[in-house]
Design a binder for this molecule. Sequence first.
Ligand code: ATP
Length: 504
Amino acid sequence: MKSQGPQGNYYKNALGYFYDYFLSFNYCIMAVEMKDLVDLCKARWFVYPWSEIYGWLANSWDYGPYGALLKENIKNLWIKEFVQKRPDMVLLDSAILMNPQVWVASGHVGGFSDPLIDDKNTKQRFRADKLLEGLIEDLKKDKSDVFAYLTEKYGVNNLVPESWSLEKQTEVMRGEKLNNPDTKTPWDWSDAKKFNLMFRTSQWVTEDSSATLYLRPETAQGIFVDFANILRTSRKKVPFWVAQVGKAFRNEITPWNFIFRTREFEQMEIEYFCEPWKDLETHATWKADCMKFLTKTLGLDEANLRLRDHEPDELSHYSNATTDIEYKYPFGWWELRWVADRTDFDLKAHMSESKQDLSYFDPVNNRKFIPYVIEPSIGLTRLLLCTLIDAYTIDGEWEETRTYLKLDPKIAPIKVGVLPVVKKIGEDAKIVFDILSDEFVCEYDEVGSIGKRYARFDEIGTPFCVTIDSNNFESGNVTVRYRDSMEQEVVPLIELVDFLKSKM
Ligand code: ATP
């Protein structure tokens, strides 16, 4: 786990958001509010509360028909960009349940934990480091030198609470009389304690004994453990990299903000194995490649993204360089992904635990070394949230506003809506659907007024609607209507597939 950096102040972020909201309010374009986005996602089949008929399990979400397609599209673009188009990349699908020794070697059994603190009055539990990050931001409003203030009073040597001892975190929280952030009332803070984030399960070994297994908290370790196998079977030479997409599980104590931080989520991780002396230059290249994927391939707005290099005292003990790519969510700037130089820490740890040789022999230069690793890691579900926030658009004049998702056609769940103007030409429209659905994910809709149908397709981000009316169709034409401009264009049916392909 890493620090969120000093930006982690819920209140300040909320105020900042409203300030931005009013600045951007110019009759036409309004910033998205989380509540509206969540409502749209639930109403329009993107994301549902999980097992809702049983009263929901807090913070668990199912991806509905459009959410599932959107997630697949993002994942497939990532695989295309980082596996298909790169000669030195291989894809892996490792198991969720692994030998428990993996997590001992990686340090997760001993150290994958968050500092938690309880308010004994309300029995609520919080992340101490996150509350302290908020405190630091609040102190900055009144004090010119917060570092000097905290150093003098408590002897801290940085402004990264995650790196302070548990005793220090407790002392500062009590000393600064930090209120319970939910109730805003005075606290009775317990001592901060470490809480391991791994989910445990049991595997029966004999009838009356079982072994503890863990649901993997990250996909990365599967790649390290398979390193020797991949090297041997793929005949790759360093540098090469391994990509993996899959589920990860963390017993997060503060799951938060819709699908931003959940207990079950999906990650897309790459481990790039390079020569030890090339790690920093490779790290810089990956930062740029990751930004390019987010902006050019997925079409996220550059203004909503920023790079934040970790300060030296914030770096994990094994890392030479780490950069967070942060996104401007409606609730503030928070991490979207990270690019970390993990050095040879993981391979060495698995060598020592497994007693296997995971070093690499370079046949060209006749030398042996343990590769360094650059890890660009991103949460697929968190990225999906960013694409929805970015795409959420309200425009038009006062009463005539319309809400739609301006999703890039490459990731839109439904690419083409097929609409007969009236039901009675449905048979003709179904022919058009059959032709198009061979190439694109399409949806057929003949129910309701044409205006309402357009509005529904706009709301789920469908970039094109194809409308069939009898006059046009008799002369071999259909009408293509664009989501963003709402303009319409007559296109010969015979050219329709190529025409739409050229627009995607
Ligand atoms: P955070 O502190 O924001 O929860 P982290 O720093 O612990 O994240 P990493 O361990 O670096 O995250 O995981 C890599 C990526 O996986 C993150 O950049 C994020 O996109 C995603 N991720 C991590 N935890 C979660 C979660 N609980 N829910 C959704 N996505 C997550």
